[in-house]
Design a protein. Structure first.
Length: 121
């Protein structure tokens, strides 16, 4: 007994072109979906890290400002150290409020992050 396998008649050219185009489109869509998912995951991670870095920077600036105020007092607020510490603290506080106001409207808003902000003036 012999087994003979025949490839059968070839597909019409139009059908081959259609299938090739469909395969290419599906492959491209899959690659784009994977890429978008990776980009979105990296964006979310980066934004989350930026929020915590900014919060840490603000805490440090607030501590520095408290230290400068302890040394110079509020009456000597013309010293360069006092002015610099105050401006840095104010700028970082403003940035934190801005990030929080934007973040509150995002779909992935996590209220737990705001628990860290109870120390803000």
């Amino acid at each position: 007994m012999h087994l003979h396998i025949s490839a059968g008649p070839p597909l019409p050219t139009e059908a081959e072109a259609f299938l090739d185009a469909r395969l290419e489109a599906d492959s491209k869509a899959a690659h784009e979906a994977i890429s978008e998912s990776a980009d979105d995951g990296m964006r979310q991670f980066t934004e989350r890290q930026a929020k915590y870095i900014l919060l840490d920077l603000y805490k440090q600036a607030r501590d520095d400002f408290a230290e400068v105020r302890a040394i110079f007092g509020d009456v000597n607020n013309n010293s360069p150290q006092w002015i610099e510490a105050h401006e840095r603290e104010k700028a970082l506080r403003t940035a934190l409020y801005l990030i929080l106001s934007v973040y509150r409207h995002e779909a992935d808003y996590n209220g737990d992050w705001t628990n860290h902000l109870h120390l803000l003036p």
